[in-house]
Write a protein that binds this ligand. Sequence first.
Ligand SMILES: CC(C)(COP(=O)(O)OP(=O)(O)OC[C@H]1O[C@@H](n2cnc3c(N)ncnc32)[C@H](O)[C@@H]1OP(=O)(O)O)[C@@H](O)C(=O)NCCC(=O)NCCS
Length: 143
Amino acid sequence: MNLTLRPPLETDLPILFQQQLDPEAVAMSAYPSKDRGEFMRHWEGILKDKNIVARTILYKEKIAGHILSWKEGKYEQRVGYWIGRAFWRRGIASAALGEFLTVAKVRPLYAEVVRHNLASQRVLEKNGFERLDDGGRIWKYRL
Ligand SMILES: CC(C)(COP(=O)(O)OP(=O)(O)OC[C@H]1O[C@@H](n2cnc3c(N)ncnc32)[C@H](O)[C@@H]1OP(=O)(O)O)[C@@H](O)C(=O)NCCC(=O)NCCS
């Protein structure tokens, strides 16, 4: 697969912004989209924060999405990802997470997925994450 992960550049942000506006993606992830100002402030923080590992995902040289790992609260290391709709169902998220796990090495590593997001659940399971519970709306996974 023609996939590359590289640190995000400011010039990636307009594309990442558009990707997180997509209503189908928002419905799938259950993460609300951010308006432009909010998005740019959020990403300025990400780009400056040395404790966040972020990568832009390139597929055939095009910006397909992003993946990142951050500390949630005091102790919990999390991973999250977002693929632009034009790039879905080609194995990009699964392969990108596999590669990202060789860069973001903190374990345990957690992810939270809304119950109806079967694609994201598959991405995690294929990369060795186990589901910790299935009680509520949000399912938690751990590697
Ligand atoms: C979830 C998401 C990352 C999946 O990305 P992707 O590159 O299409 O995923 P892959 O191609 O690696 O597919 C992973 C698995 O999910 C399945 N899948 C993909 N899209 C699906 C869908 N809409 N419904 C059900 N299954 C789906 C694939 O068939 C594959 O399963 P398989 O290996 O058993 O065949 C992408 O749809 C996305 O970014 N959605 C919006 C944001 C989001 O949900 N982020 C995750 C928040 S936890």
